[in-house]
Design a protein around this ligand. Structure first.
Ligand code: HEC
Length: 260
């Protein structure tokens, strides 16, 4: 195949330097701008933590599956990945299914969901891939009281969401505190400064963060279950490469000993 001019990259030789310099200058601003807009805390979840995934699966089944499915997750796959016995699977997670080879579907018809919420609750199997774990961690923790909304709550991360605050008994109820502040250009506007507790929940703030972290961890797992395997296999690949390195080194010595 002949290489046409259009395939040649324009970033070669000296022309690359101004472009790279420009990128280097802009980079800090782009990350700063994103940070200021979302103020998302890190979820800090760990997909290799099986106990956390088990708790997350239990949370998901008990608190989310009333409305959300995870229709690409099969129960028996879940059991083997999360190291659960068939009994544990059936008695702790399989409330909505009859057989372990079924997927995590829900009974709520989409038409009803649309009528009740205005938006059908999305399937959550791949949500951590599309939105990111930090987003989910932030979303589930930032519902606040807002009388103007039909659900009685609004959300800092997804403003105007039609999802009710389903974890209110655990987290309690909070209000958002806004203060009027002057921007650099002199315009005064209401800025969010934090949350204040109105009614405490059954969990402490730390316990609730842990509950949400486990749930988000489970959703990261459902989005990419192969992660568990690739981590396990990855260790053996590294071990193999190290052993191979030693063998290759010995072989090289063997070959070169007569040459030198
Ligand atoms: C009572 C029904 C209900 C329950 C229970 C529920 N949700 Fe939702 N959820 C909704 C609805 C409705 C939406 C659509 C909201 C929207 O688009 O404004 C939604 C949207 C979402 C979204 C998408 C947000 C986005 O950015 O688009 C996520 C993530 C989510 N829910 C997570 C959860 C998790 C995790 C649980 C369990 C702890 C849960 N939900 C429990 C009704 C529910």
């Amino acid at each position: 195949m002949t290489k046409s001019a259009a395939f040649r990259t324009p970033l070669t030789g000296w022309t690359a330097w101004p472009a790279l310099a420009f990128l280097a200058v802009c980079w800090p601003f782009t990350t700063y701008a994103a940070g200021a807009e979302w103020e998302l805390e890190r979820a800090n979840n760990d997909v290799a933590d099986i106990a956390s995934l088990q708790r997350g699966a239990r949370n998901f089944v008990n608190y989310c599956m009333g409305c959300h499915s995870a229709k690409y997750v099969r129960y028996n796959r879940l059991a083997s990945d999360l190291e659960l016995s068939q009994d544990q699977l059936v008695s702790n997670l399989m409330f909505a299914a009859g057989r372990p080879d079924e997927t995590m579907r829900i009974a709520m018809p989409e038409a009803d969901a649309l009528r009740w919420f205005g938006t059908a609750p999305p399937d959550l199997t791949l949500i951590a891939r599309s939105k990111g774990t930090d987003y989910l961690y932030g979303f589930l923790r930032s519902f606040y009281l807002d009388d103007s909304k039909p659900t009685g709550v609004n959300n800092r991360v997804l403003s105007g969401t039609s999802m009710p605050h389903v974890l209110w008994e655990l987290q309690g109820l909070q209000r958002a505190i806004f203060e009027e502040m002057e921007r650099e250009d002199g315009v005064r506007e209401q800025q969010f400064v934090g949350f204040g507790t109105v009614t405490p929940g059954t969990m402490s703030a730390d316990e609730f963060d842990g509950f949400v972290r486990d749930t988000v961890n489970f959703l990261e797992y459902t989005g990419s279950p192969e992660q568990l395997d690739s981590r396990r296999i990855g260790v053996w690949v590294i071990v193999f490469l190290l052993v191979f390195l030693i063998l290759a080194y010995l072989l090289k010595n063997e070959y070169w000993k007569d040459v030198r």
